[in-house]
Ligand binder design. Structure first.
Ligand code: BJW
Ligand code: ZN
Length: 240
């Protein structure tokens, strides 16, 4: 309870609160995380599915995996953690939500100030030209570009790829301005997102971490709340 009260104080005094979320925030919506005992990378090899080389080698296999995930996520709903962050944006507390998640659940929960640093599973882009489109339902087979007939790919960021520069420009502005960053449900293992909270800290800000486990970030966090995001965030909201 002491940690909860300290976290409430931190939030109540925040001048520019931002959040960084990872797969753990969607776990209670039944979206699988990547790491850990039930994580996707226990069952699937990241290098066979989430690199540009893998897509070049076997677009069919990569698309099968993404179609399966789109079908799974289409059945999921935002949980109380997503809803709490949306509420905090609408009541003016949360300025920007940086997410590594590609599932689109933050938007479905009502958040609008979202920076999706690893892209979105529901957007496609051409492997050759600048064509992009939004999906309203899961893909079937390998979709082709209507402009140049090349393979379309999911507009997500794979290992070895740079994060979208226009979004990163906004992320860095936020990291310079923020005095508090709430970090929810990320293993803090994947760069560069894992370093975002440390940039806030270097600029004199504070880190509030919410996770069921400790992470490499925990020793730098000013407050670590252990628990499920879908329980901890609504509990915090009640105390505000
Ligand atoms: C709960 C919970 C509950 C559970 N409540 N909590 C060596 C050093 C430094 C960097 C590198 C390096 N070697 C390679 C790199 C670079 C690489 C990297 O970081 N690799 C590391 C793994 C070592 N990074 C990149 O390649 C990035 N690009 C880049 O660096 O560009 C520059 C560059 C260009 C060219 C050459 C070299 C450099 C790109 C990274 C792209 C990541 N892509 C993925 C897939 C996206 C598409 C898709 O979804 O299909 O993004 S991988 C996957 O990991 C996904 C996630 O967004 C990302 C982060 O995972 P996240 O969100 O943290 O989830 P989990 O599963 O790891 O953790 C869940 C957490 O939730 C856990 O902590 C649980 O405890 C917790 N939890 N239930 C609260 N209910
Ligand atoms: Zn094209």
């Amino acid at each position: 309870m002491k940690q909860f009260n300290a976290a409430t104080d931190l939030l109540q005094n925040a001048k520019h609160l931002i959040a960084l979320t990872g797969a753990g925030i969607s776990k209670e919506s039944n979206v699988p995380t990547f790491r850990g005992k039930d994580g996707l990378w226990k069952q699937y090899n990241a290098m066979d599915l989430a690199t540009p080389q893998a897509f070049h080698r076997n677009p069919q296999l990569v698309w099968e995996w993404y179609t399966w995930r789109q079908e799974l996520i289409a059945k999921c709903e935002p949980n109380p953690a997503h809803l709490t962050l949306a509420k905090w944006e609408h009541n003016g507390l949360l300025k920007t939500l940086i997410t590594q998640n590609v599932d689109g659940l933050h938007r479905r929960a009502g958040s609008t100030q979202i920076l999706e640093v690893h892209g979105n599973l529901w957007t496609l882009k051409c492997t050759k030209c600048t064509y992009q489109s939004r999906l309203s339902q899961p893909t079937q087979g390998i979709p082709l570009c209507p402009e140049c007939q090349s393979n379309l790919r999911p507009d997500v960021v794979w290992f070895g790829e740079s994060l979208p520069s226009s979004i990163m420009d906004q992320v860095f502005k936020e990291l310079q301005t923020a005095d508090i960053i709430v970090v929810v449900g990320t293993s803090a293992l994947v760069q560069p997102a894992a370093s975002f909270p440390l940039i806030v800290k270097q600029n004199g800000g504070q880190i509030l971490e919410v996770n069921v486990e400790t992470t490499p970030l925990t020793t730098s966090a000013d407050i670590h709340l252990t628990g499920k995001a879908g329980e901890v965030l609504p509990q915090l909201d009640k105390l505000l």
